[in-house]
Design a protein around this ligand. Structure first.
Ligand code: HEC
Ligand code: HEC
Length: 263
């Protein structure tokens, strides 16, 4: 075979190989672009183009980092799809793909504000992790990249729930809720299980969180004050929305707390 023919033949072979692999990978290719798109949207904040993977790694670290003030992490409250064994994650929003939501934090953040606040993490950081200095732009970007990197095909577009804690704490409505909870008969046995799952990480005998009052001994409060804290939250104490906890759940938890504290 002369040199010219050889080059031609190799050329054909290369083309045939190329076309075949193109056909085979067609299906895969579509999926790849989808993932790429997701990653790119996390970069729309215009704060420079750092690679998505690099930033999502930093975001993941932040998501699992225990606060140096009270020892709680984002991952103690929120699910990223892989930590659902954590009992509290079913009471708060899932963060998969949160950077792409049209509205977060019960409408507190919409449009551009969603990405600018890492979906609302700026509030959680200050109130629930009790951090004194705000999240930096780099940290916010890293969190957005992390939300994008763990996004799934069925990630919620917007998380919907009822609450009287947002947009402002509605104390008039609270009175109605308190009345409704007090009219229900609480089941202390069910209440213990719900308490362990929803409150135990902070208030339980095996609490991992610092600076939390004990409410299982010498508790001065009552059903009314428990309902107040659960529905409206109180500084570092997060509010629980409906239906994460129903009024009946609050009645059950209250029956358990009252029994434990000897009332
Ligand atoms: C003590 C529990 C707690 C911790 C810790 C916490 N959050 Fe939140 N987070 C909440 C509550 C309460 C809300 C509002 C109610 C809801 O969305 O479930 C919320 C809302 C959010 C939302 C809005 C979700 C949506 O679509 O509406 C995002 C995003 C979020 N948190 C991210 C974070 C990140 C990131 C961290 C860590 C820096 C963090 N949170 C730490 C309790 C917590
Ligand atoms: C993320 C940790 C955390 C979780 C989860 C949590 N709490 Fe709290 N709770 C706190 C903190 C911190 C305080 C103190 C608030 C303050 O400093 O004003 C508190 C205060 C309270 C109080 C008032 C205590 C008093 O002595 O007056 C009650 C009642 C209460 N929580 C009930 C609950 C119940 C019921 C649940 C579960 C449905 C729950 N909490 C879940 C952290 C938490």
């Amino acid at each position: 075979m002369n040199r010219k023919l050889f080059i031609q033949a190799t050329g054909y072979l290369v083309i045939v190989f190329f076309i075949t692999s193109l056909l085979i990978s067609c299906g895969k290719e579509e999926k790849k672009t989808e993932v790429k798109d997701k990653k790119q949207t996390a970069d729309t904040s215009g704060r420079g183009s750092v690679t998505a993977t690099g930033n999502s790694a930093a975001g993941k670290e932040l998501f699992y980092m225990k606060s140096d003030v009270n020892n709680i992490a984002c991952a103690d409250c929120h699910s990223d799809g892989s930590n659902s064994a954590n009992p509290m994650t079913k009471y708060f929003s899932n963060i998969q793909g949160a950077n792409k939501r049209t509205s977060t934090y019960h409408g507190k953040f919409t449009g551009e504000e969603v990405v600018k606040n890492a979906g609302g993490a700026t509030i959680c950081w200050e109130f629930y992790e009790r951090k004194k200095t705000p999240l930096t732009e780099d940290q916010i970007k890293a969190l957005n990249d992390y939300y994008a990197s763990v996004a799934a095909a069925n990630s919620p577009v917007e998380i919907k729930y009822e609450t009287i804690a947002l947009p402002t704490r509605d104390k008039t409505k609270l009175k109605e809720v308190q009345k409704s909870v007090m009219e229900l008969k609480g089941d202390a046995v069910k209440g213990e299980t719900t308490f362990t799952n929803a409150c135990g990480t902070c208030h339980g005998e095996n609490s991992i969180v610092k600076k939390v009052p004990s409410i299982l001994e010498d508790f001065e409060g009552n059903v009314k004050s428990i309902t107040y804290n659960v529905r409206l939250g109180d500084g570092p104490m997060p509010f629980f929305h409906n239906p994460a906890l129903t009024d009946q759940d609050i009645a059950d938890i209250s029956a358990f707390i009252m029994k434990k504290s000897g009332k």
